[in-house]
Design a protein around this ligand. Structure first.
Ligand code: ISL
Ligand code: CA
Length: 562
């Protein structure tokens, strides 16, 4: 089967976390007019699709991932006029807009839920999952919430519990109820009719629950529970196909599932082109490689081969029949240069190397805001500086267990979600030029050095490398988008190298993931390789026989010319 061509395979996504992107009115919170101000910046960079984390009305228990009104814009972010102007501005510049669709759960302040909790016979009662206590008085089952504590919350009014896989202000919607599904399709059609170009679907693998809510074996790991208990429920694919039929399927738009709990084994059920479900998923294979048994704050070492594996197993599993996203960070995971690169001495080189990786693997790349200027993790000295509900909840739990809180804070410095939620660093002005007021979360103190103004003025900067690489990718869409991917020297723990090839055209990408010189043997004579692009300026050195002498964090792309 030949690979099919689609605009969404050729596109590059840029993720905006609106709260932290750009504040236009000095209230300390990023907003839609702030995004409008930066559309030219994004167009210049060369990205195609903007994905906005949720901008709907929300009490912000989880920064918009708890929606109280799907048809209105969050007051902090502006209003519908701002939205219309933003959408028009995006389209005028030839870019597209992806909205975030959060329909596994709503906010507890959504009218559906405020009705639902009123009485057992309220017409909205079964929009959510309500269950009585077990005969022994304990909770309906032993499921845990992702953000700490149990997944069931007691509600006195009707003497029952409701299910919430995330915070207790994020009750899970009952997709078994056809009315709920129709409400969701109506929301999707409403935004598509306004002209948006698709959706990123939050925790979409969780929408079909395994009933009747049996206990889960408590000793299983987080990932195991995600895959086998919360995700991939019995009616999931039926729901997805119905959703496509009744909404997105009738528009030329793109859909990206947050693929939590999706595996290489079942991936094609979600994104197989014959399935009529989703266009692609963000898989988690490489995102969990440093999470230990105790979860994300129980940090374990990983090796380069683990990272390679994450991409390779998925490419092998889908082949030409499905599609993935390629990303190294987002609003939930640490900054890529801090996690996979070197944010000290080789900050510039390693940030460029990682850009090379995400822009040359097979899949639709997603760049998270600030990566293009090399933003890094942050290490705030006190828990008072943190805002993320996950971090704060886990902090409280660790404290109650009597853990070493300094050690916990250190883990937050490495894994906490606020690493990626500090304001985008626009300049060396106060608060990184993000706001003229007081930001809702402090800027990373490294902003006088790392900021957009500085990288725009420096020809050799990370920003300009992203811009060049985005153009390079466009120029070589044939091989870089549609070409096969094949890893070279897989067991190598220092160098990640692979081939991309299509119809007689082959590129070789070589990435030195260490801070040292590395001699790397390629399966070619160097005379048959033409250097196309790399992250060091000037002449390429050290090519002899089949050996490439790579400098620290050096990235090179060659064309095979034999
Ligand atoms: O952030 C995580 C781990 O720290 C993930 O497990 C995350 O909870 C999971 O990927 C689901 O994420 C999505 O849904 C959440 C929201 O908080 C995240 O921001 C969102 O990306 C609930 O809506
Ligand atoms: Ca604002």
């Amino acid at each position: 089967m030949a690979i099919t061509k689609k605009w969404w395979k050729e596109a590059v996504i840029y993720q905006i976390y609106p709260r932290s992107f750009n504040d236009s009115n000095g209230d300390g919170i990023g907003d839609l007019r702030g995004i409008i101000e930066k559309l030219d910046y994004l167009k210049d960079l060369g990205v195609d699709v903007l994905w906005l984390s949720p901008i709907y009305q929300s009490p912000n228990d989880d920064n918009g991932y708890d929606i109280s009104d799907y048809y209105n814009i969050m007051t902090d972010f502006g209003n519908m006029d701002d939205f219309n102007e933003m959408l028009e501005g995006i389209h005028q510049r030839g870019m597209k807009l992806l909205m975030d669709l959060v329909v596994n759960h709503s906010s507890d302040e959504h009218q559906w839920f405020t009705e639902s909790r009123k009485s057992k016979d309220n017409p909205y009662r079964d929009y959510y999952y309500w269950r009585p206590a077990k005969a022994d008085g304990s909770k309906p089952n032993n499921w845990k919430s992702f953000f700490g504590g149990d997944a069931w919350e007691y509600d006195e009014k009707t003497d029952e519990y409701y299910l919430h896989l995330f915070t207790k202000k994020q009750p899970d919607l009952n997709w078994e109820n056809p009315k709920v599904r129709q409400e969701v399709y109506k929301i999707i059609r409403y935004w598509l009719d306004k002209g948006v170009d698709g959706f990123r679907m939050d925790v979409i693998p969780f929408i079909s629950k395994r009933l009747p809510f049996e206990d889960v074996n408590a000793s299983r790991t987080f990932n195991d529970v995600a895959i086998n208990t919360y995700a991939n429920g019995p009616r999931l694919h039926e729901f997805l196909q119905e959703m496509v039929c009744e909404s997105v399927g009738n528009y030329d738009v793109m859909t990206v599932g947050e693929g939590i709990g999706v595996t290489p084994e079942n991936g094609l059920l979600y994104v197989g082109e014959d399935r009529n479900e989703l266009n692609m998923v963000f898989h988690f294979e490489h995102m969990l490689i440093d999470h230990g048994k105790g979860g994300k704050f129980d940090i374990v070492d990983f090796e380069l081969t683990d990272l390679k594996q994450g991409f390779t197993v998925w490419d092998e599993a889908l082949g030409e029949k499905g599609w993935v996203n390629v990303y190294l960070d987002n609003h939930d995971f640490p900054r890529m240069v801090s996690r996979f690169g070197n944010d000290g001495k080789y900050h510039r080189e390693s940030a460029k190397l990682l850009a090379t990786l995400i822009l040359t693997l097979r899949g639709t790349p997603c760049i998270y805001q600030g990566s293009e200027i090399g933003m890094t993790n942050v290490a705030f000295p006190s828990i008072e500086d943190y805002r993320d509900v996950e971090t704060l909840n886990f902090y409280e739990e660790a404290k109650e267990r009597g853990e070493d809180m300094n050690a916990f804070l250190k883990a937050v410095h490495i894994q906490g979600r606020d690493n990626v939620r500090t304001p985008v660093q626009w300049s060396d002005e106060p608060h990184a030029g993000f706001t003229t007021g007081t930001p809702w979360i402090k800027a990373n103190p490294n902003y006088p050095k790392i900021n957009a103004k500085a990288v725009l003025a420096d020809e050799n900067s990370i920003w300009h490398y992203y811009q060049e690489m985005l153009q390079f990718r466009k120029k070589h869409i044939d091989v870089l988008v549609y070409g096969d991917y094949e890893v070279i020297d897989e067991p190598n723990q220092k160098v990640y190298a692979y081939r991309r090839s299509i119809e007689g055209k082959t590129m070789v990408v070589v990435l030195n993931f260490t801070s040292k010189h590395v001699a790397f043997e390629v399966p070619y004579k160097v005379e048959t390789l033409r250097f196309l692009k790399g992250n060091y300026k000037g002449k390429i050195e050290g090519e002899e026989g089949s050996i490439l002498d790579l400098r620290p964090w050096e990235a090179r792309i060659y064309l095979v010319v034999s």
